[in-house]
Design a protein around this ligand. Structure first.
Ligand SMILES: [Zn+2]
Length: 230
């Protein structure tokens, strides 16, 4: 496994955030948010994802009582032979990374074990962790700009999953249910209620019920059930 590295030139630029190279907490009062890039080194993608998360955290900053630490680390994709084992391998790695909230990013396609078979945009890894797969984003986007815009929204959705927040009923919200890539294009904001839920979840990671009046309950166990648009 590769040694942990903070990404060169990508130290968080938001003043309140403390940079950390190890992905761990800087002290007991600091909330540690970790982006884990699995063999994803394309700079435009890492920058777009980091900036999206930074933007969200910055907008929530004044509502959070504790400081935030955003760190970026790299891992190799696990050597996975069988598609059905991919989720377990990523879960294992994500659970071994220290941090309050952890979001992985990989190019590896993640199949939904629940029929009909399709690739998923993101999965919940439990224990305050989630994993975003670039596979369908790349397949379904027609250009770099569109890809980066959609990834900027997809990473917020994955962040919400790691915080225990599931499908928002507001179709304009990044956290809504996604049937296909076109649904990302209708997402324009993080709605007020999801912002409040983020604040609540970040204040006490693991306590968010994820099932408030504006949010659909978690379905199919750990999977975001995103159907391919036909
Ligand atoms: Zn929402």
């Amino acid at each position: 496994m590769r040694t942990i590295n903070k990404e060169d030139g990508l130290a968080p630029r938001v003043p309140y955030m403390n940079a950390a190279a190890d992905g761990g907490r800087t002290d007991n009062n600091t909330l540690s948010i970790v982006l884990v890039f699995f063999d994803v080194r394309e700079r435009s993608i890492t920058v777009a994802i980091r900036r999206s998360i930074e933007g969200l955290l910055s907008s929530l900053q004044n509502e959070l009582p504790q400081p935030l630490n955003l760190s970026i680390i790299y891992r190799d994709n696990p050597p996975i032979a069988q598609p059905e084992h991919r989720r377990d391998e990523f879960h294992r790695i994500m659970h071994g990374i220290d941090g309050s909230i952890k979001i992985g990013i990989t190019e590896v396609g993640l199949c939904d074990p629940v029929p009909p078979s399709r690739y998923l945009y993101a999965i919940d890894c439990d224990n305050h962790a989630s994993l975003l797969s670039l596979h369908r984003f790349r397949q379904e986007s027609t250009g770099t700009e569109q890809l980066l815009q959609r990834l900027g929204k997809g990473i917020v959705k994955a962040f919400g999953m790691a915080c225990g927040l599931y499908h928002c009923n507001d179709q304009g919200c990044f956290l809504t249910y996604h049937m296909g890539e076109l649904d990302f294009d209708t997402n324009m904001y993080v709605c007020k209620r999801c912002r409040a839920d983020f604040v609540h979840a970040l204040q006490s990671p693991g306590t968010a019920s994820g099932e408030t009046a504006h949010r659909e309950p978690r379905r199919f166990g750990e999977v975001i059930p995103i159907l391919a648009r036909s």
